[in-house]
Design a protein around this ligand. Structure first.
Ligand code: PLP
Length: 418
């Protein structure tokens, strides 16, 4: 299912009648999502079925604990929902154990550290300046406060992870855990090599697969489950589920992981979100999702190629995934200025670190536009619109907003919004 069609799931009439002020905000956001290009690499459009589960009466239910062992009564049906979600996650990713309760990707990482580490332990992860996440040792995050993080980087020339440096840092610092995963790495991660390095120094291997996990579900990216001790992930990126997290691991770590999620780092599970995760896992197991995941990558490759033709410097020279990072400086702008001008023209994306420079680049992804049904021809059009929006010619840049509207008008994410 590439194109989702179901109007009115975002602003039901009842909300409009009861609380027009909030309804107007929600409807306005739905319009914004529909008439601009959503190129933030971490975003997607969930299906109407996922939205229905999120807006269901399961939102009312308190359910601390796990299926069959809750601290509240009346949990028989939400137990069934969680068991379905767990079974589907295990089957989808070939994991012996799945915990579907983490409220977010960060909560999943927190619980994974809690399961395997003690405060003060040394952890080797991608440095923040190269695309590590906040939970990979940022001083402003619990991870940087409670653990001793050492950062590895990417090769300045190629932008590829410097595996020799990872190995050397691992031998020097003897970390308790090595984390592989990034917010902006466009290439497949070599999990086998990370496993070998972790084994060489006796470290746990944690894969933070927040970004590629949807591609893994669709068979378009390598699966970290056979290699990592614990895999943490989000459910709302390419995977197209609700905003949330999950943890996958072998039986060996199952009990530690479950106790680290509840009661160590979380309270009551969000049963509506867990049901929605289950719906998304069901969708991701269908052949149409496999086709979708491969189209996401084909679109990202086409977009990267077309952006290169327009003069952008594509880091790593391309992409294996949904994600592209690029340096717009050959067009006369740095990343923050580019993001502002593109946003003004209706093309929404992020800035990111560049492997070789202090200036910022741009980070974008094709998950959402592919869900809308766009293909490689539209990717080439988007690259041309990028270049036009960034050119000095203001009149031309202004015209781009209209062109973005006519493009998005042909690919509405949820049918016609009223
Ligand atoms: C690698 C990585 N880890 C963790 C997270 C955190 O996810 P969340 O924003 O749901 O907490 C992200 C989010 O983008 C991520 O990219």
């Amino acid at each position: 299912m590439a194109v989702v069609t179901a109007p009115r799931t975002t602003a039901p009439d009842i909300l409009r009648r009861q609380d027009p002020e909030m309804a107007e905000v929600i409807l306005g956001e739905a319009r914004r999502q529909a008439d601009s290009l959503q190129l933030i690499a971490a975003e997607n459009f969930t299906s109407p079925a996922v939205l229905a589960a999120l807006g269901s009466p399961l939102a009312n239910k308190y359910a601390e604990g796990y299926p069959g062992a809750r601290h509240h009564g009346g949990c028989e049906l939400v137990d069934a929902a969680e068991r379905i979600a767990i079974a589907r996650a295990k089957a989808l990713f070939g994991a012996e154990h799945a915990n579907v309760q983490p409220h977010s990707g960060s909560s999943a990482v927190l619980a994974t550290y809690a399961a395997l580490l003690r405060p003060g332990d040394t952890v080797l992860a991608m440095g923040l300046a190269y695309g590590g996440h906040l939970t990979h040792g940022a001083p402003v995050n619990f991870s940087g406060r409670w653990f001793d993080f050492v950062g590895y980087g990417v090769d300045a020339e190629s932008g590829i992870i410097d595996y020799a440096q990872v190995h050397q840092l691992a031998r020097t610092h003897r970390p308790k855990a090595i984390v592989c995963g990034s917010i902006s790495y466009p290439r497949h991660i070599d999990y086998e090599t990370f496993r070998e390095i972790a084994d060489d120094v006796g470290a746990y291997l944690i894969a933070d697969a927040a970004h590629p996990i949807g591609l893994v579900a669709g068979g378009a990216a390598p699966n970290p489950v056979p290699y990592a001790d614990v895999v943490c992930a989000t459910t709302h990126k390419v995977l197209r589920g609700p905003r949330g997290g999950m943890i996958l691991c072998g039986e060996e770590y199952a009990e530690r992981v479950d106790r680290a999620v509840f009661p160590f780092t979380q309270g009551g599970a969000q049963m509506h979100t867990i049901a929605a995760k289950g719906v998304a896992f069901g969708e991701a197991a269908a052949p149409a999702f496999t086709a979708y995941a491969h189209r996401v990558v084909a679109n990202a490759r086409a977009l990267a190629e077309a952006l290169a033709t327009e003069g952008f410097l594509i880091t790593t020279g391309g992409t294996d995934t949904h994600l592209i990072t690029a340096d717009p400086s050959p067009l006369g702008v740095e990343g923050r200025t580019a993001r502002g001008r593109l946003a003004a023209a209706g093309m929404v994306l992020d800035t990111c670190a560049l492997p070789y420079a202090d200036g910022r680049g741009i980070r974008l992804g094709t998950a959402a536009v592919t869900t809308q049904g766009m293909g490689e021809a539209e990717m080439r059009r988007i690259a041309a619109l990028f270049a036009a929006a960034l050119r000095e010619d203001v009149a031309e840049a202004r015209g781009v907003r209209g062109e973005v509207r006519s493009l998005t008008g042909r690919f509405p994410p949820y049918g016609t919004l009223s």
